[in-house]
Design a protein around this ligand. Structure first.
Ligand code: BGC
Length: 733
């Protein structure tokens, strides 16, 4: 449909029809205009697959079988693959199933920066580094949108905690905003051509992000040229006038009084009362409708042939399995206990509740009604077959359901409940009756733990091998709640320590969506494997890694600090904060802080081992372009696999300014490549670094700037392991 035709459509719409297009007239949908052939705009969560179906206008689960879908690896898992092609295939499947379910927009991906390890939604995001996020989000968006369905990149912006998520007011310097919190969104818009952006719940510098003129009008539209739809987070709008004027296109919420949404009847009343100038209001409403119609047009919703989408097929399953495989991070293998040799293991003991737990139904709006979910215990059985006796002992007791949003009885609207301010807390301050209940729960927990621990320790003595699978659940990694600390729940530290005493060769495996404190036993563990909520194929992928069918190649997308106290935001007392949170750590987020200020960590950003050894060397660089507007540097190096197995290395290039004119992090990731090599194979790799790789945000000039001078290019295996260095010089600023 041409632009002129869209304008004609707008001219034919009544005010009421327009209003119905710009606010939710259902839990996840707007109203269409049948007489003009405009369909409703249907959305669905979320980042790990297409969420279960609700009734159109009631927050009630439909409860039929057509909404069983693929459960995708969470975004942290995806980021841990450092593989852009897998980001694309994951996005493509998400888009395909969204269309298969008749949706127009999928409320994904989530890309907020992991400012602290405690944010309850870290698992939905892609870690701590803006460059890694930017590189991974673009193929996800492209993959989604290839299916004639819109992405909705969320949550814009500075939404880095769940505590008081509806009203916390974030103070952050312009430089940190631009260098840390916005690049992922900018890449999604400029390179990925994302058609949807979701506003965040929180405030930024005093104004709610869902109707924030600076964010939505100035940065998103004017600076970045965004042409899509801005959608509020569900219940994220608080003011009709601001929503009308400040760049929000579509208001969605969690209650069913749809006519009373801020961008519904209240707009009409405001116009009638003269509180807003009628002409301005009409123009603004037209603008919103225009954005929506433009996107509908691009998705072939108004005319032309639209892709139909589909559900999980063999190819999709294979891609999901590969993503899950490549997301597994081998953190320790000191005595080369891994990979395990199935021929030598007749009796395998598996300990830990996460071995047997399905995580798809948890986490808040990221919950999934998965077609299936292969747990680690099932995966091990699938891999090893009948010649190995597999004994399972939970080892610790966890009666949590793994989903604080679960619909229990008549309480159908878990989503609205989750917005209750009391629920948006860290896990440290329960009310008195909740406290009593939780004490009773604790007592039972301790009692049962005792029994389960004893059983596991006894069984460990005469098994040929012991695999522990613990970690977190979606009672911890969840929407609406931050963690109080990084400790493993359910007395796992004690169980792991005692297991390691009985069986020092125990393979420790953790399944979680964010970093945990391992200090109680880390030194005593020879092996440590980190797996995320890795999707429906996660359990078999993990088993394949443990038994060497797959050589691990995942790398951490975030630093694992020794304790949350080392995290700068926590150390500064600026997490979770009160009604205001000041990002005092500024640009020093994640490794930018640990590195620059020499703070020891458990595992650095970018870390991940393999069953083979890679040598990376010979870094050399050539400045191809050096003008004020444009810079380009070709960097080359050699990678060889000197071990006896095929595997994949992740070469990381960090940039360090030799004589910074402003305070800078000691280095920043600016390029990476995942390189697959057969045993004994060697390859030369060349990458191009553009101007963005050398810029910083100059607050005075209000723009990104490169200073003339010398820059070091560091070839690294992770943020702490630099293997080679070269230098370049720019003559022009
Ligand atoms: C979440 C969003 C989600 C929306 C719709 C909100 O509570 O913050 O990420 O897409 O609900 O379910």
């Amino acid at each position: 449909m041409t632009k002129e035709k869209i304008e004609k459509l707008i001219a034919q719409l009544t005010l009421q029809e327009k209003i119905d297009m710009i606010h939710g007239c259902g839990c996840f949908t707007t109203k269409g205009v049948e007489r003009l052939g405009i369909p409703p705009f249907k959305t669905s969560d979320g980042p790990r697959g297409v969420r279960k179906e609700f009734e159109t206008t009631k927050w009630k689960e439909i409860g039929l079988s057509f909404d069983f879908v693929s459960y995708l690896p969470c975004n942290t898992a995806l980021a841990a693959t450092w593989n852009r092609a897998l980001a694309y295939s994951t996005g493509r499947l998400l888009g395909k199933e969204a269309r298969g379910r008749g949706k127009d927009m999928i409320l994904a991906p989530g890309i907020n920066i992991m400012r602290t390890p405690l944010c309850g939604r870290s698992f939905e995001y892609m870690g701590e580094d803006p460059y890694l996020v930017s590189e991974m989000v673009v193929p996800v968006v492209q993959g989604i949108e290839e299916n004639d369905v819109s992405s909705c990149v969320k949550h814009f912006a500075a939404n880095n905690q769940e505590t008081r998520r509806l009203d916390v007011d974030v103070e952050v310097s312009e430089r940190a905003l631009r260098e840390i919190y916005l690049p992922g969104f900018e890449a999604a818009v400029k390179k990925g051509k994302a058609k949807g952006i979701m506003g965040a719940y929180n405030k930024l510098r005093g104004t709610h992000c869902c109707h924030h003129d600076y964010l939505l009008n100035e940065i998103l539209r004017k600076e970045w040229g965004f042409e899509g739809i801005t959608v509020s987070d569900w219940g994220g709008v608080h003011d009709t006038k601001e929503a009308l004027l400040n760049g929000l296109d579509m208001e969605m919420s969690v209650t069913d009084n749809f006519d009373e949404y801020y961008m519904a009847e209240p707009i009409i009343r405001m116009i009638e009362s003269g509180e807003v100038d009628k002409k301005t209001a009409y123009a603004k409403i037209d603008e919103k409708v225009r954005h929506i119609l433009n996107v509908m047009n691009k998705l072939h919703m108004l005319d032309g042939e639209r892709k139909a989408g589909g559900y999980n097929d063999y190819e999709d399953k294979a891609a999901l399995r590969q993503t899950a495989r490549e997301s597994v991070v081998l953190l320790k293998n000191d005595k080369e206990i891994l990979p395990l040799d199935r021929k030598k293991i007749k009796k395998l003991l598996v300990v830990g509740e996460n071995a047997n737990r399905q995580h798809a139904p948890g986490g808040g709006s990221a919950e999934i009604k998965s077609l299936y979910e292969i747990t680690p215990l099932l995966g091990l059985n699938m891999l090893l077959g009948g010649n190995t006796e597999i004994i399972y002992k939970p080892g610790y007791f966890n009666e949590d359901i793994g989903n604080i949003w679960a619909n229990t009885g008549d309480n159908e609207n878990g989503q609205a409940d989750s917005l209750n301010q009391d629920n948006n807390t860290t896990q440290s301050s329960p009310e008195p009756d909740v406290k009593a209940k939780s004490e009773e729960k604790k007592r039972r927990q301790t009692e049962m733990n005792e029994i389960y621990r004893r059983e596991a320790l006894e069984a460990a003595r005469d098994a040929d091998a012991v695999i522990f699978v613990g970690g977190l659940t979606h009672d911890y990694d969840t929407e609406g709640q931050d963690r109080a600390d990084m400790k493993l729940p359910y007395e796992q530290d004690r169980l792991i320590s005692e297991l390691l005493q009985v069986r020092p060769d125990t393979v420790i495996t953790l399944v979680a969506g964010s970093p945990v404190d391992m200090s109680a036993w880390l030194e005593n563990a020879d092996t440590l494997v980190y797996s995320w909520y890795a999707g429906m194929e996660g359990g078999i992928a993990l088993a394949e890694v443990l038994f060497g069918d797959v050589n691990p190649s995942g790398h951490l997308p975030e630093t694992f600090p020794l304790s949350e106290k080392d995290c700068p935001a926590v150390a500064l007392g600026e997490f979770p904060g009160g009604d205001k949170v000041s990002y005092g750590e500024d640009i020093f987020v994640g490794y930018r802080y640990y590195d620059t200020y020499d703070v020891a960590t458990a595992f650095p950003f970018g870390y991940g081992l393999s069953y083979t050894d890679f040598v990376m060397t010979g870094i050399r660089a050539e400045v191809l372009e050096d003008t004020a507007e444009s810079k380009s540097v070709k960097v080359s190096f050699d990678v060889s696999n000197i071990g006896s197995r095929a595997g994949a290395a992740v070469a990381q290039i960090y940039v360090a300014d030799k004589c910074p004119k402003v305070k800078k992090a000691s280095k920043e990731l600016k390029a990476f490549e995942k390189i697959y090599l057969e045993a004994g194979e060697a390859r030369e790799v060349s990458l191009i670094l553009e101007r963005e790789a050398f810029t910083y945000f100059d607050e005075e000039a209000h723009g990104f700037k490169v200073d003339a001078g010398s820059y070091m290019l560091l070839l690294a295996k992770n943020a702490d392991e630099i293997v080679d260095i070269t230098e370049i010089e720019f003559k022009n600023s």
